[in-house]
Design a protein around this ligand. Sequence first.
Ligand SMILES: Cc1cc2nc3c(=O)[nH]c(=O)nc-3n(C[C@H](O)[C@H](O)[C@H](O)COP(=O)(O)O)c2cc1C
Length: 200
Amino acid sequence: MKNILVVNSSLSGDNGNSNKLTTKLVTRLKDEYKAVNVVERDLNTMVLPHLSMEEMVAWGTEKSTRTSAQAALATLSDTFIAELQQADALIIGMPMYNFGVPSTFKAWIDRVARAGITFKYTETGPQGLLSNKKVYVLAARGGKYVGTPKDSQSQYLKDVLSFIGLVDIEFVYVEGLAMGNESVESAWSFAEQELDRLTA
Ligand SMILES: Cc1cc2nc3c(=O)[nH]c(=O)nc-3n(C[C@H](O)[C@H](O)[C@H](O)COP(=O)(O)O)c2cc1C
């Protein structure tokens, strides 16, 4: 493993529980693989608008014929996809907000799921065009939802990541963080064990 892309989106920045989990995993992977290059994309520190039709038209316009406004619009998606293509491993810090993914993360997904680049449709259905990447989803939640129908967040992530070819996904949860000290302690202890299991 040489290149790691970390995508964080906690509103709390480095104080976010999901950020803390990503830091713990990056530290372990650095110990394991030594010379790794880590790129962090913190969606909380940038202005990331909803995807617009103008932006999609810019993607579909041949690079050499894009206006300067279109070139600027297309840069966001081009940059996010290049970061993803270059990574051997993707680490996603994943807060649960209102039962879903942070809206900034959805805005990132809307820029990396791009027809002809990260997926295509065939006669037998969609085919993801990214491959050979390990994905770690490090999820932080106030309540406890793993294994219940209310955990639509995990299913959504499996669906959308596999749609673009990212099928090798490990989930680590730190759950029940709003349920008292004992719950917080056991959640972190369980998460640490999971991180140990996933790294050498
Ligand atoms: C706006 C907002 C919405 C939240 N919605 C949920 C929720 O639907 N379910 C839940 O279990 N926790 C919810 N929480 C609690 C967070 O999941 C919890 O604080 C977690 O630590 C967030 O990750 P972070 O610390 O990395 O930001 C919410 C927190 C915020 C700020």
